[in-house]
Design a binder for this molecule. Structure first.
Ligand SMILES: C[S@@+](CC[C@H](N)C(=O)[O-])C[C@H]1O[C@@H](n2cnc3c(N)ncnc32)[C@H](O)[C@@H]1O
Length: 432
């Protein structure tokens, strides 16, 4: 069905530093040549200066002569246009608030969308056609030409999924470019109104970047993320994609405390590096085998028949992982704060704990792990389960035996002993 494939679901995700941008022409409207990579710029100058000024709550700002929180600027010939924050913003600030130019329904097919496009007012058509349009699979574009072909491509490139409905396209928010460490997030309500929110403090002049892929994918290794992004027709060069791999670290089986990071190198090939603590090197096959085993475990949580059970099983697996890492042993495991498998298990486990309406404090502890792995997740990780990241802690237990449930106590103990061992190890390394 068309709707499932075209809505690229720019899902919500977290913060971090953005991609560096090259040339920047801050938008007063006159500076753009035709090199944005997306076509009909000349018909479309006013967008450049609009920033937040035309969107909902920002009307007041514009009237008071305040600067926009987000402006559309030219980033580079390759990237095209993008959003920038001229005066910076605090975490949680709404940078843009706007209604869609066009909404599509859930099971709508391309010909139906194209038919609807034909009936739109000329002004709306122009605004839609001015958005970026990545060529897609030729077979899906058969039968379209001219403006309709461009419109179909605009839909594919810019459509944002609306909860419980189909997709929607926005005039300004759709100018946000992607980063695997985004600093902003697209939040769309069931009414399709878009709020682009800062996930962390944004510096004046910094690019505003969102993630086009879901949080689950965002936690996964570079190669996986690049594959997901291929349909937008660019190779992501963000700090995470061009820097060291941050989601495939294993704990060292030799010392039980250090980490072995997966190193990306086009020249010498990809490999796991030596232990950060004892410098031991493990054969690549050992680590690959261990990783595949854990991937199988996670895959086994997938089948729909067991969907309801998945969080329960994940909680048990996560608990097992925590204790095996705490105990050390002959097999290395995916690091709690450095491997996407642990992060995924942690999130599913937290889901289960929230479902049980127990272990709220413990659950926040678990959620902090993927958040540390990818700090941008801190805000959004908690949201789906209604856990407020900054909710007050419950009063401490009177005695460990007394009020804390057994599982909680066990996990806390194993984490604590692991932390203690790491401290000892680091002290040892420092003095030798
Ligand atoms: C939704 S549009 C974003 C706005 C677009 N840059 C424009 O000029 O309107 C998505 C397109 O922007 C470009 N893009 C987004 N993020 C990018 C990135 N990190 N690196 C290179 N190109 C990117 C790609 O061409 C992608 O298909």
């Amino acid at each position: 069905m068309f709707a499932a494939s075209f809505v690229p679901a720019w899902r919500l995700c977290g913060a971090g530093v953005g991609m560096t941008s090259a040339t920047r022409v801050t938008g007063t409207g006159s500076g753009l040549g035709g090199s944005g990579g997306s076509g009909t710029w000349s018909a479309w100058k006013p967008l450049l200066a609009l920033g937040i000024a035309k969107c909902g709550r920002s009307r007041g700002r514009a009237a008071r002569g305040l600067q926009a929180l987000a402006e559309v600027v030219e980033i580079s010939a390759e990237v095209g246009l993008g959003l920038v924050s001229p005066q910076g913003a605090k975490a949680g600030a709404v940078l843009i608030e706007e209604d869609p130019l066009l909404q599509t329904s859930k099971d709508e097919r391309l010909p139906e969308s194209a038919a609807r496009f034909r009936t739109l007012p000329q002004g709306t058509k122009q605004k839609l056609l001015a958005l970026a349009a990545t060529p897609g699979q030729a077979e899906k574009e058969v039968g379209f030409s001219g403006d309709e072909l461009r419109f179909v491509r605009v839909l594919r490139t810019n459509s944002v999924s609306v909860p419980g409905a189909g997709g929607a396209v926005y005039k300004t928010a759709c100018r946000a470019n992607h980063s695997c460490r985004p600093n902003a997030s697209l939040c769309v309500g069931p009414d399709a109104r878009m709020r682009l929110k800062a996930l962390r403090d944004i510096e004046p002049g910094e690019d505003i970047q969102v993630s086009y892929i879901g949080e689950g994918d965002l936690l996964r290794p570079t190669q996986h993320r690049q594959k997901q992004l291929a349909s937008w027709g660019f190779k992501c060069g963000c700090v995470r994609c061009s820097g060291p791999e941050d989601t495939r670290a294993f704990t060292c089986a030799a010392c039980g405390t250090g980490l072995m990071h997966y190193e990306k190198s086009e020249v010498s090939g990809h490999r796991w590096g030596p232990c950060s603590c004892c410098q031991a090197v493990l054969p690549a096959e050992t680590l690959r085998g261990a990783e595949e085993q854990w991937l199988d475990h996670v895959q086994s949580l997938r089948p729909e028949s067991q969907e309801a059970l998945a969080p329960v099983m994940a909680a048990a697996m996560y608990e097992g992982l925590c204790s095996s890492l705490a105990e050390g042993g002959p097999t290395a495991g995916p690091a709690l704060e450095g491997h996407w498998v642990s992060a995924k298990l942690a999130r599913l486990a937290a889901e289960e704990l929230v479902r049980q309406r127990r272990y709220q404090d413990h659950c926040r502890g678990i959620l902090r792990r993927p958040a540390r792995l990818l700090p941008c997740c801190a805000a959004t990780c908690a949201a789906p389960w209604g856990v407020q990241p900054r909710a007050p802690r419950p009063s401490p237990p009177t005695s460990r035996r007394g009020s804390w449930p057994r599982r909680e106590t066990q996990l806390r103990c194993s984490w604590r002993s692991r932390r203690r061992r790491r401290r000892i190890c680091c002290r040892g390394a420092g003095t030798s």
